[in-house]
Design a protein around this ligand. Structure first.
Ligand code: ADP
Length: 183
């Protein structure tokens, strides 16, 4: 019988945990999830409950958005966790932490976190996927800032997320009107 590989569970296949704030989820995150599904059988989007970050959306609101967006993709699950990521991952049988990398500015922080997590649990690995060229400049923080100031974020976040952002900032939700040459 073939030896069970790292990250494999007889019931679950290869599972990756994709942790983060997802405040809110963007197409940058979604792109990483979709590409990870080429490698893993299941991706669990794990929303970190960290009040210190003063999130715009509650954990429940973030979970609801992720679950709605992936409702037709049964191998993507959404969950939340408190405390140490490695403790949460240990409870799920996954062996891989998935993270996205944008510019070099992400590298140092991610390198420290991955090294710390490895030192806390030597059975876990962190896998990094490079951002796509379309989303290298997309972060939840800039999406919130731009929306708050009235800028459009179409194409960078799903419509559902754009609507939720406008609701939060009490901005009018209008359909984009095409401007024709006759206007
Ligand atoms: P955190 O607060 O833990 O950084 P985020 O929700 O901001 O959580 O991001 C979760 C993960 O997704 C991080 O690894 C981050 O680098 C990655 N990520 C965020 N935006 C993008 C993007 N546009 N392209 C690729 N990866 C991204």
């Amino acid at each position: 019988m073939a030896k069970k590989k790292k990250g494999e569970d007889k019931n679950m296949g290869k599972v990756a945990i994709y942790p983060g704030s997802f405040d809110p989820i963007t197409y940058g995150h979604i792109d990483i999830v979709e590409r990870a599904l080429e490698i893993f059988d299941k991706v669990i989007i794990a929303i970190a409950e960290n009040a210190e970050k003063r999130p715009l959306f509650s954990v429940e609101e973030r979970l609801q958005m992720v679950r709605t967006l992936f409702k037709d993709t049964p191998n993507v699950l959404a969950d939340s966790f408190k405390g140490l990521l490695v403790n949460y991952v240990a409870k799920t049988n996954a062996k891989v932490i998935l993270r996205g990398l944008r510019a070099t500015s992400d590298f140092e922080y991610e390198f420290h976190m991955a090294s710390m997590n490895r030192s806390l649990n030597t059975h876990l690995d962190t896998l990094f996927m490079m951002t796509s060229k379309d989303y290298f400049f997309v972060s939840s923080r800039t999406i919130k800032e731009v929306t708050k100031l009235g800028g459009g974020v179409e194409g960078l976040v799903p419509d559902l997320v754009a609507r939720r952002l406008k609701e939060k900032f009490k901005l009018p939700i209008t359909k984009k009107r095409q401007i024709s040459w006759d206007d």
